[in-house]
Design a protein around this ligand. Structure first.
Ligand code: UGA
Length: 432
């Protein structure tokens, strides 16, 4: 039969959630205050590039199980309403709940008795307990059901999750059962916890990933000093099931809309509780150091010395997005490194397959070969696989100095052999 589900927010979490729940047989109304986004979605076009999502949205619309609206009042028949709203980092580092608060003010009169309210976007620990007061109603149970979607694989992450976590107060067991029922079609463990544990588990997972990556990036630095190869080290580590092979790729540092925001929010939460989280603090510090290390490599490549001036140096950038598979520039390490290069006077030409128009302080091109044109260095900043397929002879021939700083360890000797292009990677002594 399916539930009547309201989803508030049509960002990548809300849109994915709405389309996937419709796919699972529920009747979903997705509300967003952005009129043009709602019109676009209602017409079967979606504002983000997420594999499989457009098809699910179109199926949902065609089968009349998915609708989009700007009017929150359309959620007045809902069995469950999921909040998929932005919680950006506030000035003190903790998550800013002002959008959630505004929406709750509007939902006060709308939610029917017996409806369950669910927090899906990442919210500070204790939010589920605070929501009834912010909503101004004590008859609406609030359940925490954090999402674990990664950009670029959000649909697959939703439909084949490692786990579904549902956190609630003991007296809201029935409400939690109803939320669990939304996922009845999935083959995934459903974990029932307190609301606070569910809320913390989300931050704890993202912070753990950040710690894992920063650990690998410091090991990469050590490899460079010892003459070891980080890829060989992490391959060995990853085959230990207790460690696992994912999130072991050294790179220019971690970014995106979640890891930086959630690590800083978790530190703020911990500070508020009077608890120090030194590992998370260090992971953040290491990430800043990683960007500085990449800049140093680029300076050496482009000028021949660690303290050469970049003023007037022509640097070609391959990739601007925070990772491959997305055009998202939010907290992108690539963009941060580019901005610092520009601040030091470098002339930048950038190509990213998903970012046709980068910021105005660099030249964007749809032609990857143009980034090498008379370049003092080419820098791979995002791990788009198609960069491996470029004609690296042509790249080397076009460059003033045929050197590529491969901050993602995307290219290998086989690809570059005989091309004349020298490679400087991360976590290996060779070529540096
Ligand atoms: C992250 C988490 O992976 C999701 O589980 C979580 O649901 C999501 O945040 C969220 O909170 O909504 P996402 O921000 O899409 O997902 O990106 P990730 O795939 O986690 O990548 C984060 C950063 O780590 C990127 O800059 C990426 O390039 C970098 N990374 C990742 C590496 O440098 N090496 C790796 O081996 C893996």
């Amino acid at each position: 039969m399916g539930n009547r589900v309201g989803v508030v927010g049509a960002g990548y979490v809300g849109l994915t959630t709405a389309a996937c729940l419709a796919h699972l047989g529920h009747h979903v109304t997705c509300a967003d205050n952005d009129q043009s986004k709602v019109e676009e979605c209602a017409g079967g076009e979606i504002p983000i590039a997420e594999p499989g999502l457009r098809g699910l949205v179109r199926d949902g619309l065609a089968e009349e199980r998915l609708a989009f609206t700007t009017d929150l009042a359309a959620l007045d028949q809902s069995d469950v309403v999921l909040l998929c709203l932005p919680t950006p980092t506030g000035p003190d580092g903790t998550a800013d709940l002002s959008v959630v608060e505004t929406v709750l003010g509007s939902l006060r009169e709308v939610l029917p008795p017996g409806c369950v309210l669910v927090t899906k976007s990442t919210v500070p620990v204790g939010t589920a307990a605070r929501l009834p007061r912010l909503l101004g109603r004590d008859d609406i149970p609030v359940v925490s059901n954090p999402e674990f979607l990664s950009e670029g694989t959000a649909v697959a992450d939703f439909l084949e999750p490692d786990r579904v976590v549902i956190g609630s107060a003991p007296e809201h067991r029935e409400a939690a059962d109803r939320v669990a029922g939304l996922y009845a079609g999935l083959d995934a463990p459903v974990i029932r916890t307190s609301a606070k544990s569910a809320e913390l588990a989300k931050y704890a997972s993202n912070a753990f990933l950040a710690v894992k990556l920063s650990y690998v990036n410091t090991l990469a630095e050590l490899c460079e000093h010892l003459g070891a190869e980080i890829g060989e080290v992490t391959m060995t580590m990853g085959l230990d099931e207790r460690i696992g092979p994912d999130f072991l790729a050294a790179g220019p540092g971690w970014g995106g809309s979640c890891l930086p925001k959630d690590t800083s929010a978790l530190l703020g939460i911990a500070e508020g509780a009077g608890v120090d989280l030194p590992l998370v603090r260090d992971a953040v510090a290491v990430n800043a150091r990683q960007a500085a290390a990449m800049l140093r490599k680029i300076r050496i490549a482009a000028t021949g010395t660690p303290d050469g001036s970049l003023s007037g140096a022509r640097i070609g950038l391959l990739g601007l997005a925070f990772k491959a598979g997305t055009g998202d520039l939010r907290d992108s390490p690539a963009l941060g490194i580019a901005a610092e290069l520009a601040a030091q006077g470098a002339e930048l030409t950038a190509h990213d397959p998903q970012v046709p128009d980068g910021p105005g302080w660099l030249t964007s091109t749809g032609n990857p070969y143009q980034v090498a044109n008379r370049a003092d260095a080419v820098v791979v900043l995002t791990e788009w696989p198609q960069f491996r397929e470029l004609d690296w002879f042509r790249m080397a021939a076009a460059a003033r100095r045929p050197v590529v700083v491969d901050t993602r360890n995307l290219l290998d000797d086989k690809i570059l052999a005989g091309t004349g292009m020298r490679r400087i990677g991360v976590g290996a002594a060779k070529g540096e």
